[in-house]
Ligand binder design. Sequence first.
Ligand SMILES: [Fe+2]
Length: 359
Amino acid sequence: MEENIGTLVRLPIRYLHRGLTLTSPMFSWDGERMLLPSQSILTNERIARLVKHNNGRDFVMVDTDDYTKIVGQRFGDAFKQTDLVKERIGYQGWDMATSKVLDTVSKAKRIDKKDIEEIATDLCNKLALSDSKTIVTIINSLNHVDRYLESHCINVGLLNGLIGQWFGLPKKAIDRLVLIGFLHDCGKTRVEKEVLTAPRKLTPEEFLLVQRHPVESYNLLGDYPLDIRKAVKAHHEKLDGTGYPDNLLADQISIEAKITAVADIYDALTAERVYKPSRSPFSALRMLDSMVDTELDGRIVRLLQANLPQELVGRLVTLSSKEIATIAGINEEDAEHPLVKLDEQVIPTSKELFIERLH
Ligand SMILES: [Fe+2]
């Protein structure tokens, strides 16, 4: 438990506040001059100097204690770590590009590879250059309910890529996984939005319509290699043969489709939708357990469970008690309820005191 104390978080200069202590020295944007040494306590004058010489863009490392106490309590729910990470990585551009792609697809018979290339390349490059924590932060951001499909495409693409990295796959295979994840649900543009976002139980006819989307995705990807199209088409297949559209069995489903199935379900569980609240990543990972062997490949689920939680350490959260805390570590005895740091103390969360939302 001790080693989790003193976790560092990245904070953009523009969110600095007096009283925070720098945990590393700050240099001018060109790296030539040291502006402030490590352990400097920030004052308004010092913050002004940092802003002036860094163009307001750089990040500083501060301690989670400081962060929760000063930044978290001050900005509360209005402060979202996720938004800052998204801004840094250029998420707005991805969101707009994805929206354009989906809009074009909804009117066309097939996807033009050129339309996809730019965003897919950027997703792959940013994934390769970023640390896992950054990518996990983006994936576990609060999705805007109206933009679910856009963020779902981006999230599943990125999560597919992360899983590929954790498996130690070569870059080419990772890039393919990102592409498959990004495109897997493009056929949903063929289903009426009212049906996709209906805050009620679907009628059997509507359900059948929604279930056609993997086939629609397959058809739209006529310009892509067959194995990519097949993986996209198979992302709702289950190991026991009860999935759709082809009732494939475990050994008939490619590893890429199996990875996409895990990423897809994880993202759907953690997303907020018009008909359901979001679920914490810890709770979602636990839920995947119940699907192992019947629906999902246990190797992929276990890989996700072994790698993802530690990337959430340091995240600012609101607890069910409405208090702001930071995730301090994993509770080995109860993976669904991590340890949080609250008022200087590391305590386990529980069914009664749980994580209500991530920032
Ligand atoms: Fe799907």
